[in-house]
Write a protein that binds this ligand. Structure first.
Ligand code: ZN
Length: 151
């Protein structure tokens, strides 16, 4: 990856970690899901408020490393207004990006700002950090009441 771009991506992740967006408990959420990544200790709750089949509001709270928090922060910003199906499709894009071979291209048109996590695929232990919020959000769309764990 171009080093300037890598720098910019790093800065965006640091910024979201320091000032996470939508970082709050949502008392009127229609569902709450809990996610845990025992390898790193990332632990978060994702709150979703559905209205007429769309995600009207989504937030998260919890504790974790910079990557897990930045990922949750960016995810919540992007999902507002999307349908459950669109949210799942985006999850699949993120999963493909994180599990791809490092030299294969990223679909920046579909991923938008989420492409900042493209470099994470080089660090298998961090992939779970970056995907935790997404797995948790998917559980929140169709809650089974189970804790999501990356193990
Ligand atoms: Zn982590």
């Amino acid at each position: 990856m171009n080093p300037d771009l890598q720098d910019l991506y790093q800065q965006m992740i640091m910024d979201h970690n320091k000032n996470p967006r939508n970082f709050r408990v949502m008392p009127d959420a229609t569902s709450v899901a809990e996610g845990f990544n025992p390898l790193c200790g990332d632990h978060l709750h994702v709150y979703i408020k559905m209205k007429n089949g769309r995600i009207e509001d989504v937030s998260f709270e919890g504790d974790g490393c910079a990557i897990s928090k930045a990922s949750a922060s960016m995810m919540t910003g992007i999902l507002k207004g999307k349908t459950g199906g669109e949210a799942k499709a985006l999850f699949e894009e993120v999963r493909a990006m994180l599990s791809r071979d490092v030299n294969s291209p990223v679909d920046t048109e579909k991923l938008g700002k989420l492409a900042v996590f493209a470099g994470v695929c080089e660090f298998p232990s961090r992939v779970k950090c970056a995907s935790l919020a997404w797995h948790t959000m998917v559980e929140g769309l169709e809650p089974t009441g189970k804790q999501v764990t990356t193990e």
